[in-house]
Write a protein that binds this ligand. Structure first.
Ligand code: NAD
Length: 459
């Protein structure tokens, strides 16, 4: 493996050749990447199965399918997206033609997590390449099979000075972060996000942080609880609960809690059978460390369903917990596993007291038919993004910017938003030469009154 500083200087030199500016060049590589990924479709399913027993179906809907859609979108729209966008000129620049140019930043570091190891590595890479950058990708060290496959795919498609995957753990990431990048795109936990932000600040490197948090799911009494249970069980237990936007906990109107719990139990059993350990559709926890972390959360709380842990197999069953204290371990950090605490509310103030107890979450879900109640929640709380009457699905619309706010992250991507994130928006004014009023030039004596009038009229 080439030393990290050498990789970066080779990529910077390649960027300076201007080859990535050509849209035809970018398209050539995006198409080659698509072919390579399609050729490896089965290998991708196999890698994720080996890494944490993720089913082919879930890998298709939440990794492979989304990556191919993102590639199709970029390939179809790249010419349009990258054209300088004309905007209306201002009286202050008249006569002029004003534009926004979308310029690549240069050499980009992308650090990916393990929980959607293919999607969350490939999706930023696709848009960084579409925007004309070179890329060093650091996939997660916890998903060895998927990370090796990612490395091979990138190596088969790109010259190393254009894009490369560098595998490794904390030590490697620390070395990568000590270098000077033109942009850093990080997906992972809040504590590591802070390390990344500090490293970026040293070189004034712009950064996107896609982090996590405790995303609430509020359920009121106006809605069909069977439908809520179905959509909540899917969103919570997909990927074994290891989803950044998984509903972390439920806040339900107190009077319907008991009915809802019974419906939830039935729904979990319907999805994964009497023994989810034997279900082909229920993934494992990524490693023993995280299995133990989740097992700790199950101590000293009221478990009303599940609660089975097998550390040898990194298995934690779908579990429901009733009314944990906000100070208990399960409520003190992002759960990131198949454990669902159920809290209750009587008044809207109870909801506020719970949500404002935590940092700004990555997502918020509300199930209700009461439009005023829903709008109040959507407008009052600060969170990355959300869904009314379902879970997770805002991730699936590439027209919506996806990202956090405050502790759940900064910046956004998906679809064209990704292209925009990886581009510097460069304002350019092309000034006409046929008309040059003297008003703005010194000497200013006697011109202020007219200037003030013009400002009043035109701004
Ligand atoms: P993580 O922060 O532990 O690791 C992410 C990456 O950072 C990995 O590549 C890892 O090698 C590297 N890393 C780990 N420790 C480091 C250190 N001390 N110094 C430098 N680099 C280090 O996160 P994870 O466990 O892979 O993923 C889970 C977290 O990611 C959850 O908090 C989840 O909410 C969040 N997440 C967010 C999104 C999103 O889109 N917002 C998506 C997926 C996951």
């Amino acid at each position: 493996m080439t030393a990290i500083p050498n990789i970066i200087s080779a990529q910077k030199a390649f960027f300076k050749t201007g080859k990535t500016i050509a849209i035809s060049e970018r398209l050539k590589y995006l198409k080659a990447l698509k072919n390579e990924i399609i050729t490896h479709e089965q290998a991708i399913y196999d890698a994720l199965q080996k890494d944490f027993k993720k089913s082919e179906f879930e890998t298709f809907i939440s990794e492979f399918g989304l990556v191919i859609s993102e590639l199709n979108l970029a390939i179809k729209n790249l010419k349009k997206w990258s054209r300088p966008k004309r905007v209306t000129a201002s009286i202050l620049t008249f006569p002029s033609s004003d534009y926004i140019y979308y310029n690549p930043y240069g050499t980009i570091l992308i650090i990916a997590p393990w929980n959607y190891p293919f999607l969350l590595a490939m999706e930023p890479l696709i848009m960084a390449i579409a925007a004309g950058n070179t890329v060093v990708l650091k996939p997660s060290e916890l998903t060895k099979n998927t990370s090796q496959l990612l490395t091979d795919i990138i190596e088969n498609v790109f010259p190393k000075d254009y894009a490369i995957a560098v595998q490794g753990g904390v030590e490697t990431t620390t070395t990568l972060l000590s270098q000077k990048w033109d942009y850093i795109f990080f997906t992972g936990s809040v504590p590591v996000g802070k390390i990344v932000a500090q490293a970026a600040a040293k070189h004034l490197t712009p950064v996107t942080l896609e982090l996590g948090g405790k995303s609430p799911c509020i359920v009121d009494a106006s809605i069909d609880l069977k439908l809520v249970a179905k959509r909540l069980v899917w969103g919570k237990f997909l990927n074994g609960g290891q989803t950044c936007i998984a509903p972390d906990y439920v806040i339900i109107k107190a009077e319907i809690k008991q009915d809802f719990i019974e419906i939830l139990k039935a729904e979990i059993t319907k999805a994964y059978g009497e023994n989810p350990k034997t279900s082909a559709d229920f993934p494992r926890i990524i490693n023993t460390k995280n299995t133990k972390r989740l097992a700790e959360m199950l101590k000293n709380v009221s478990i009303i369903f599940g609660g089975n842990v097998d550390e040898n197999e990194n298995y934690v069953s779908p579990t429901l917990i009733e009314e944990p204290s906000l100070e208990s371990a399960v409520m003190c950090e992002e759960i990131f596993g198949p454990i669902l605490p159920i809290l209750t509310y009587e008044t809207e103030t109870d909801i506020e007291n719970i949500i404002w107890h935590f940092e700004k979450p990555l997502a918020l879900y509300v199930f209700s038919k009461e439009k005023i109640f829903v709008e109040k929640l959507l407008k009052k709380f600060s969170f990355g993004g959300g869904v009314v009457n379902d879970t997770l699905i805002h991730f699936g619309n590439y027209r919506l910017p996806f990202g956090g706010v405050g502790h759940s992250g900064m910046g956004a991507y998906h679809g064209k938003w990704g292209f925009v994130t990886f581009s510097h928006k460069k304002p350019i004014v092309k000034r006409g030469t046929w008309f040059d009023p003297t008003l703005r030039y010194a000497p200013y004596k006697g011109k202020l009154k007219l200037m003030k009038t013009l400002f009043k009229i035109f701004t």
